[in-house]
Write a protein that binds this ligand. Structure first.
Ligand SMILES: Cc1cc2nc3c(=O)[nH]c(=O)nc-3n(C[C@H](O)[C@H](O)[C@H](O)COP(=O)(O)OP(=O)(O)OC[C@H]3O[C@@H](n4cnc5c(N)ncnc54)[C@H](O)[C@@H]3O)c2cc1C
Length: 509
């Protein structure tokens, strides 16, 4: 079942096992899926003398757990963790065997402080690039705390269960049988949701910064590195470290790197920032900015951070339609990530709202998986590049409707139909379908700066050549600004500019 190159890589990792492992297996080989899991587990065990298999009826079938001999780790996999989940399996093997997970000491202490029992289940698809982060975080929590256990469930093998539980987006996490979350989450976010945020008292002793960066995407990471390299006191806070690259699969225009993937780049940004003495504050949201003697940034938890200069790099998020049903059916048929959630709509009818590059790329991608795609575009023509449009029109399971306004999304527990109006004829139509992917562009994350820094009508922060805003000491970079183009390399460049601008301001004031 494992390709030769994967086997080669796995062999090297298995040499690093610190203790013997037992894979406790529950798989009925008279059933096709059971046989797949059985053969997969056997193939892995055959590769290392340190791994044995034991039958167990305690494990979700078809599936297996990863344990040290004589103890229970709580880490289990239902289905076959191949595709994007193969790394999750490799890490689980190493961590359960005794290799320390790579997490910060304070995070480890928070995980180990949990005394209530929690059993997590995560539904994934093997093509989902957001899923491994959640699976790996919950596996680490299981390894570090006996009160926590986690089973990854490969949705393709558990279709009936997915339908029964109403799972329409991956990763979807249940804890103690209650739905817990949907979408990518870092270990910090999982902990915040489970046991509450780190209180404002943890921020009380922080001295003022020279440069405080708000936002941890490409622009923010670049600004923090440029500031730290000047030897000045630098802090960075981010709601989700990594920013939009976390939602991006292939990146082919990051000059000097012909191909990389968004989550990998996001992890490298954090790693790079941490090679410098930067105070990194993750899962922290800024809610207010004020200029007194110093610039003051208030966090959602009430803490106030002070800095001589601030670089705003809060980027952008998916624009929503603002129509009835949109909020209600999020992750219940409304989706934003074709790579992640496409397989959940296999054989079903869906719509893509948005005829720009991201909408048409999604429609092409989804047409290969679903029964039929209807593209709904507000303008009289699609805005996507011609090469994408040519590909789209060559597909026979796609209908393109232009000059239509999407009005409402309906359903009982999940999406069942979408209403649109033909803007020319005013004809109102209801399309029966199972999913709506909304890809209508981005909106800058700058509402919290209302009335504080000058912004365009679209909400973009207005900056000059040094990245300076109208507020002295406050700079901005990346997609939250009025820069002409929004790209990773441009955001990184502007992060560097804003940081150098802030340094220049600091030495003159
Ligand atoms: C699906 C998709 C595919 C893309 N593909 C490519 C590509 O192939 N190549 C390319 O060059 N570009 C691509 N882009 C664009 C690129 O990702 C962006 O231009 C780039 O990420 C912008 O970086 P940024 O740092 O300005 O903002 P972001 O990446 O949006 O980062 C913003 C950061 O600010 C944080 N934040 C937001 N609000 C707050 C707050 N109030 N308090 C604290 N933190 C906050 C966020 O959590 C995040 O850490 C793509 C974008 C998308 C959505």
């Amino acid at each position: 079942m494992l390709e030769e190159n994967l086997k080669g890589q796995l062999k090297q990792y298995l040499d690093l096992l610190e203790n013997d492992l037992v894979l406790r297996l529950n798989a009925d080989t008279s059933d096709a899926n059971g046989k797949k899991v059985h053969d997969f587990v056997t193939e892995i065990a055959d590769m290392s003398p340190r791994i044995t298999i034991e039958p167990s009826s305690d494990i979700k079938a078809p599936g297996f757990s990863v344990d040290q001999k004589g103890s229970i780790s709580g880490v289990a996999f239902a289905g076959v963790p191949l595709g994007h989940e193969f790394n999750s399996l490799v890490l689980a093997l190493l961590q359960v065997s005794g290799r320390e997970p790579k997490i910060e000491a304070d995070l480890k202490a928070r995980i180990q402080s949990i005394t209530k029992p929690y059993h997590f289940e995560t539904y994934v698809s093997l093509t989902c690039h957001n899923c491994p982060d959640v699976v790996q975080a919950l596996n680490i929590m299981s390894v570090l705390n006996d009160n926590i256990s986690h089973t990854m469930i490969e949705g393709g093998m558990f279709q009936d269960e997915i339908n029964a539980r109403g799972v329409m987006a991956v990763p979807t996490v249940f804890v103690n049988d209650e739905e817990f979350s949907s979408g990518r989450m870092s270990p910090e976010e999982i902990l915040n949701k489970l046991i509450g945020q780190v209180g404002s008292d943890s921020f009380e002793d922080k001295d003022p910064y020279d440069v405080l960066v708000v936002g941890g995407g490409p622009a923010g990471a670049s600004a923090a590195i440029y500031a730290a390299r000047k030897g000045i006191r630098t802090g960075i806070l981010a709601e989700k470290f990594g920013g939009q690259p976390l939602e991006t699969l292939g990146i082919e225009n990051f000059i000097g790197t012909p191909y990389t993937e968004g989550p990998k780049l996001a992890a490298q940004l954090e790693e790079h920032v941490k090679t410098y003495p930067v105070d990194v504050m993750k899962t922290q949201k800024a809610v207010k900015l004020a200029k007194n003697e110093l610039v003051e940034v208030t966090l959602e938890n009430g803490a106030v951070l002070q800095s001589k200069t601030v670089v705003l790099s809060t980027g952008a998020r998916w624009r929503s339609l603002g129509i009835p049903g949109e909020e209600e059916f999020k992750n219940k048929g409304i989706a934003y990530c074709p790579h992640c959630d496409g397989p959940l709509f296999a054989g079903k009818k869906i719509a893509v709202v948005g005829g720009g590059n991201s909408g048409i790329e999604a429609a092409i991608d989804l047409a290969g998986v679903v029964e039929h795609v209807t593209v709904l575009e507000f303008l009289p023509e699609l805005k996507a590049d011609k090469v994408l449009q040519d590909k789209l029109y060559s597909l026979d399971n796609v209908t393109v409707l232009t000059n239509v306004e999407t009005k409402a999304i309906h359903g009982q527990d999940k999406v069942e139909s979408v209403d649109y109006v033909n803007r020319e004829t005013q004809e109102a139509v209801t399309l029966e379908l199972a999913g709506v992917f909304i890809l209508i562009g981005l909106v800058p994350n700058t509402e919290w700066l209302d009335g504080v820094v000058e912004r365009t009508a679209r909400g973009e922060i207005i900056v000059d050549k040094q990245g300076a805003t109208n507020l002295p000491g406050v700079f901005a970079a990346g997609d939250c600004t009025d820069s002409a183009y929004k790209q990773i390399i441009i955001a990184m460049g502007s992060g560097a500019t804003a940081s150098l601008g802030a340094f220049d301001y600091m030495i003159r004031n």
